[in-house]
Unconditional design. Structure first.
Length: 551
């Protein structure tokens, strides 16, 4: 067994070949990496850099078509038994734990989370059933979830994103592994939940004295968790060093570019007043959920929210997951029935008249996940042209508009004839922006449109939004949980908390001199350029727990 002074994991010269015809020869080339017990090594890079492939190689779970051609992997002093399925099955979960990026994709939707933890324990030989149940409850408690008995009986859909990720952490640590691999575990989480999860992972890693390989595309999340940082690009390590050295004096141009891609602090200055194009007044949305056999429970998702969107400006909707942002947007778009309030489009009450096809042409949506928003069987050009066809253009006219829009969003001419899976994540989001703008809308609604993208791609898409808005003149309703992003692009901001608008006004006021405790909490949880939160997480936790009263 490795002690704290020897390497728990040692990788030397790892090379993984890509199939013939790929954009490069190797997914990973000549990679050296080591982790000691209790140490956190952060592997940082953009999508396609080879980070997750490295983790999959450690677990002997390489996708079909990829092959390890060189290198050795030594774990706990012995060669990892790659290729021996039975031996690797014993190691996975028991000696090496894995936290995935998206817990909803890894948790079984038809099994309670308690039973899923118990099933893992059973597979690895823990008996009897009572011992498994006690261990499951112990782990639910360890990941700081209140009311462990209730959580044990809950199904994944009954948990928030942060709660589901805590269950994923509990499963990864249930057998007290020596090595923990966390693959983008906070990418889709809001800033305060992200801060809590990062703190939890680090605390539990220290408690269990496990080595930690933390994989991320965002340098801003690693400063409070990393001991060492390794920057990866196109399958190769381009820079490695201690955390503070990487952040304070990066040496490689790629590392510098990643740091410079982070949204800068501050907020846009207020501009001249402009006419109102969209107004929401006292919007209320209530969902009804079955409670028992005959009961029906009302859940107020949005309560009395008003906002004004001015022509050519960007209004940000900011808040944590579950704050009501997306419900409010769906209500404004008339995709969700309102239980109260009105929506005015250029002074016309669309809640009274209904959204006609002509009105829908004036408001277009860019969704969070570009892959699910595009038809995988339809060529990209015709996906973009679809809106123009629906609104009366001929196929020739629609194709011409689509080609012009593809060029406007920075995609090559040949993109018209490619399928969605042939594009990167950033390119797919450009397709979705082109698709929304092809009908020349007055309002663009971007619902968490960049939250799943690499920081450098985020910077490109934000710059694209700003450039297109200046050129085409549309107003934008921008939904985000990241205050750095809101500060860089929004003219005005509405801060949502538990279905209510707790603060509203120009971005230059709200994000610089916040008046509400919850807004201050969101700002305090935002990492600075070096990734350090501007205040302690304990304050953030107090405000969240007390509903906005930290006293």
């Amino acid at each position: 067994m490795a002690d704290s002074q020897t390497d728990l994991l040692e990788i030397r010269g790892l090379t993984i070949a890509l199939p013939e015809g790929a954009d490069r020869d190797h997914a990973v080339r000549a990679l050296d990496l080591s982790i000691r017990r209790g140490e956190c090594v952060c592997l940082v890079g953009e999508s396609g850099s080879g980070k997750s492939i490295t983790a999959q190689a450690l677990l002997d779970m390489l996708p079909r078509g990829l092959k390890k051609t060189e290198g050795k992997i030594v774990f706990e002093g012995a060669p990892l038994p790659v290729g021996d399925r039975a031996a690797m099955r014993r190691i996975r979960g028991d000696r090496i734990g894995l936290i995935f990026q998206e817990p909803a994709a890894t948790l079984d939707p038809v099994m309670t989370v308690g039973k899923q933890i118990e099933e893992l324990l059973q597979v690895h030989g823990l008996r009897p059933a009572r011992a498994r149940r006690n261990r499951a409850l112990e782990m639910i408690t360890a990941v700081r979830l209140a009311d462990p008995e209730r959580i044990h009986k809950s199904y994944p859909h009954q948990l928030s994103g942060g709660q589901a990720q805590r269950i994923a952490i509990a499963m990864a640590l249930a057998l007290k592994p020596a090595l923990l691999i966390a693959d983008e575990p906070t990418t889709a989480l809001d800033v305060t939940t992200q801060a809590e999860i990062l703190t939890l992972i680090r605390e539990l890693q220290h408690e269990f004295q496990a080595g930690l390989l933390f994989i991320t595309h965002d340098l801003s999340v690693v400063a409070d968790i990393a001991d060492r940082v390794m920057v990866m690009r196109e399958g190769e390590i381009v820079e490695t060093g201690m955390r503070d050295a990487i952040f304070e004096k990066p040496g490689h141009p790629y590392t510098i570019r990643l740091l410079e891609s982070l949204p800068k602090p501050g907020a846009k200055a207020a501009g001249p007043d402009k006419p109102v194009v969209l107004e929401a007044r006292d919007i209320a949305i209530t969902y009804h959920q079955r409670d028992g056999v005959f009961g029906n429970r009302a859940i107020e998702a949005v309560r009395g929210v008003s906002l004004v969107l001015k022509r050519g400006e960007t209004h940000g909707l900011v808040g944590q997951s579950g704050s009501g942002k997306s419900s409010l947007v769906r209500g404004i778009l008339q995709l969700e029935p309102l239980s109260g309030g009105t929506v005015l489009l250029d002074g016309t009450d669309i809640t009274a008249t209904g959204m006609t096809r002509a009105m829908r042409k004036r408001i277009q949506l860019v969704q969070q996940d570009p892959f699910s928003a595009l038809n995988p069987r339809q060529k990209a050009g015709w996906s973009v042209a679809e809106g123009a066809l629906i609104h009366g253009a001929t196929r020739k006219q629609a194709a011409e508009r689509a080609r012009a829009m593809l060029a406007l969003v920075g995609l090559p001419e040949q993109a018209f004839d490619r399928f969605p899976h042939e594009f990167s994540g950033g390119q797919r989001q450009r397709l979705c922006i082109a698709r929304a703008l092809v009908v020349e809308p007055e309002i663009l609604v971007a619902d968490e449109a960049i939250s799943a993208l690499d920081v450098s791609i985020q910077a490109q898409i934000l710059a694209l939004f700003a450039s297109l808005q200046k050129k085409l003149g549309f107003a934008m309703l921008f939904v985000t949980h990241d205050l750095r992003v809101a500060a860089s692009i929004c003219d005005a901001v509405t801060v949502m908390y538990h279905g209510e608008a707790v603060e509203q006004g120009p971005a230059s006021t709200v994000l610089v001199m916040p008046a509400h405790d919850y807004t201050r909490t969101l700002l305090e949880a935002v990492p600075d350029r070096a990734g350090r939160a501007t205040s302690s997480l304990s304050h953030a936790a107090r405000v969240t727990a007390t509903g906005g009263d930290p006293s």
